[in-house]
Design a protein around this ligand. Structure first.
Ligand code: ATP
Ligand code: MG
Length: 344
């Protein structure tokens, strides 16, 4: 009897995700993406990229900062539970195939389309780039498209600010596939958690490394305490007995994101809105929660940081694995385009 060799095992869905090494990861990353990555690494084939090339798009001249933060971001990953036995954690610049894909994809996007990206628009404003935008910065969503498609990622766990990037990626995928007449690239889907955008401790719309309004995962107990004390509440809640507002009140937004006891949060909200509950009581609840959340992360990070060489070695090995994967997609694209000059 002939044996049927045609069975192909179902491919595990692929995840591509990552961060810019521009500073220590913070609470926004924890709710926006890190928690999901820890959950997903068991069911999916997960690639986590440290986007140093992308970080340079608004940090040229600040090479040392980017370089130093590569290992720091990796330590943050390990501290929150991203497991190198389950996830491939790699450095973007160690996979030059991504840069080549970026150059190819740039031909599929117009400058006007890049300028319409709402997240990039906002970041240009924040960085004061209005009059002189680095071309690399304007087109960093195209390099993200390269990152995502090189691994044929099906899912991208991200914060809300990244939704326009996924949209742009999928436009590139469709254009490329249409022009090739074959579905070589795969469209990706964003996975955004319930709290998709954590505000800064100053009440600004987004906690961000570059805005100086973040609480790092590696913060000391004192820094946590200070940050909670500084946090914005309802500016009209002047006397304890006054009714307070919960919407837009950062302390409550954080409780929603970090306090698992939803009944307790609902009760605090009710009492706050009625009047008679002091800001300091709500803040104490949040501080206790954050101290309990960050203490083990800080301890694990300190332990891993004693052997940075081992972390760098892991990144080196994982970058080789990632490179093999990206090279496969690149050569497929090159072949389809007709750039496979095998006779030369
Ligand atoms: P930078 O200021 O250098 O851009 P960042 O703090 O915005 O840094 P990124 O490395 O750009 O961090 O973002 C990495 C990932 O973390 C993205 O998926 C992003 O959506 C998510 N993220 C970052 N900040 C937040 C936040 N405040 N709330 C939810 N998700 C966030
Ligand atoms: Mg950012």
């Amino acid at each position: 009897m002939s044996q049927d060799n045609s069975y192909i095992p179902p491919r595990k869905p692929v995840i591509l995700t990552g961060d810019r090494p521009t500073g220590p990861l913070h609470l926004g990353h924890l709710v926006g993406s890190l928690r999901n990555r820890v959950l997903f690494q068991d069911q999916y084939k997960q690639f986590v990229l440290i986007a140093d090339m992308q970080a340079l798009t608004d940090n040229m001249g600040n090479y040392a900062k980017v370089r130093e933060n590569v290992v720091e971001v990796a330590l943050d990953y390990l501290a929150v539970g991203i497991d190198p036995a389950k996830s491939t954690i790699f450095i973007q610049s160690k996979v030059p195939e991504l840069a080549e894909l970026t150059v190819l994809y740039l031909n599929l996007v117009s400058v006007a389309r890049l300028e319409r990206n709402p997240t990039v628009k906002e970041e240009i404003r924040q960085r004061g780039f209005e009059r002189d935008i680095p071309a690399g910065f304007l087109s960093y969503p195209v390099s993200q498209a390269a990152d995502i498609t090189a691994f044929k990622a099906n899912y991208v766990p991200v914060g809300e600010d990244q939704l326009p990037m996924i949209e742009q990626t999928n436009e590139i995928v469709r254009r490329m596939n249409r022009s090739l007449g074959r579905d070589v690239l795969v469209e990706a889907e964003a996975i955004v958690p319930k709290v998709g955008r954590l505000p800064g401790i100053d009440g600004q719309a987004k906690m961000s490394k570059s805005l100086g309004n973040s609480l790092p995962l590696s913060a000391s107990a004192d820094e946590i305490s200070k940050a909670v004390k500084q946090m914005f509440t309802d500016p009209h809640h002047l006397r304890v007995e006054d009714p307070g507002q919960v919407e837009g009140n950062v302390v409550f937004t954080y409780l929603d994101a970090f306090e698992p006891d939803v009944d307790l949060v609902a009760d605090l909200k009710r009492r706050y809105q009625q009047g008679g509950l002091a800001d300091s009581v709500v803040k104490r609840q949040l501080e206790d929660r954050l101290q309990a959340l960050l203490q083990p992360i800080r301890a694990k990070r300190a332990e891993m940081a004693t052997d940075k060489a081992a972390v760098l070695e892991m990144l080196r090995k994982h970058s080789l694995i990632a490179r093999e994967e990206a090279a496969r997609t690149l050569s497929e694209v090159r072949r389809e385009i007709g750039l496979d000059y095998y006779f030369l």
